[in-house]
Ligand binder design. Structure first.
Ligand SMILES: Nc1ncnc2c1ncn2[C@@H]1O[C@H](COP(=O)(O)OP(=O)(O)O)[C@@H](O)[C@H]1O
Ligand SMILES: [Mg+2]
Length: 358
């Protein structure tokens, strides 16, 4: 008997993959999604979704891609897994995602191909939307200028392309490499960690989807999971999956608070470290941190960026946390830049109406 049988589960409830099957529409995620959907629906140009490691940005990006109806959007999700990519390379990738079969090697020709394609999509009443995950890895001025160039392409009534950047708060510093681009951010939302109610519902949701019919975690255990994880979903998963395994070893049908204490002690998590651990994943899956060189050497056609484009049958595997991400985590929080207030006010009032069902 393994722990899944012991707890009558059909599958691992707290897997670390950002699998949208397990998506839980927490208050935090739902608010973010409504805003981002509004930004792309009205083709605002550039929207940002920032959040600390493990808060669920990648999960949200995938969920968002899935929520964009194909009749209405030409959409793609690009995951940057390498900070060394060039602006030209990225432009070509975007062109391919938007349906340009043979993007030109010549920059000027490529831009005109893109412009034509974007106009064509506009005429077909389709919105070109590119979601970019791990966008904090785009960090050259040249890259930022390229985005600004694309955002300058407009039809009389709207932008021809909208980008949503998902990533760590340091994205905002990178945007400042080109301050006119930073000023074009039409919407910014920070994904916060779960409050207690969300943590509790999240744990239940995942257990339910994995087939559990009984309460497995005692209320006190859930409180401890929330406290130790600080409401960061990745940490909740790590602690909960280890707790299930530990509970199985000691044959506890109900997992009490003391099991959580002992698991957390074994994982070496003490408050501050919780966020660090969130980077490396569950204890049993000893992940090697992603090293840029190994990608380049590993395969002849090493991918420097993963793509999850429509059709969406084959979601790409989650990239392991890169070194840079870990370093970024240690940095102090970056102050939010003043946003374009009118845009934000307009969005907030529309959203209030939407949320009130008006
Ligand atoms: N809303 C959610 N519903 C279900 N699982 C989530 C949710 N948010 C985060 N997770 C889980 O938490 C972990 C970290 O999420 P991820 O999206 O990779 O975070 P980030 O990209 O911000 O580092 C993943 O295992 C993911 O499945
Ligand atoms: Mg991520």
């Amino acid at each position: 008997m393994n722990y899944l049988d012991f707890y009558k589960l059909n599958e691992e409830p707290f897997s670390s993959a950002p699998d949208i099957k397990f998506y839980y529409n927490s208050a935090q995620h739902s608010k973010a999604l409504v805003r981002l959907m509004y930004a792309v629906d009205s083709m605002k140009g550039l929207a940002l979704l920032i959040g600390d490691i493990g808060t669920g940005k990648t999960t949200l990006a995938r969920r968002m891609l899935d929520s964009l109806p194909e009749e209405e959007y030409e959409s793609a999700l690009l995951v940057i897994i390498h900070s060394g990519i060039t602006a030209d390379w990225l432009l070509r990738k975007i062109a391919m995602q938007l349906g340009i079969a043979e993007p030109s090697e010549n920059k000027i020709a490529l831009l005109s191909q893109l412009y034509e394609r974007l106009n064509e999509l506009y005429e077909q009443h389709k919105k070109a939307v590119v979601l970019i995950d791990e966008a904090q890895m785009l960090r050259t001025k040249e890259m930022m200028e390229e985005f600004r160039g694309l955002l300058n392409l407009e039809a009389p009534d709207r932008k021809l392309i909208t980008f949503v950047f998902f990533g760590l708060p340091e994205i905002e510093e990178n945007l400042l490499l080109d301050s006119p681009l930073a000023q074009r951010v039409a919407l910014k939302y920070r994904l916060e960690s779960f409050n207690y109610e969300s943590t509790e519902a999240y744990v239940k949701h995942r257990l339910g989807l994995a087939g559990s019919k009984d309460e497995i975690f005692a209320p006190e255990a859930v409180e401890k999971i929330h406290a130790y994880s600080k409401g960061i979903p990745r940490m909740i998963n790590i602690i909960s999956s280890n707790a299930l395994f530990e509970g199985f070893l000691v044959k506890a049908k109900i997992i009490e608070g003391k099991i959580i204490d002992s698991v957390v002690a074994d994982l070496g998590i003490t408050g501050e470290q919780a966020e660090q651990k969130a980077v490396t994943g569950p204890a049993e899956a000893v992940d090697e941190p992603f090293i840029v060189e190994s990608v380049q050497q590993g395969a002849v056609q090493a991918p420097v960026m993963q793509e999850v484009a429509q059709p969406r049958q084959k979601p790409a595997a989650s990239p392991q946390a890169p070194r840079q991400v870990q370093d970024a985590q240690r940095q102090a929080d970056i102050k939010p830049k003043p946003k374009k207030q009118e845009d934000q006010d307009e969005i907030d009032s529309i959203l209030d109406k939407l949320e009130k069902g008006g």
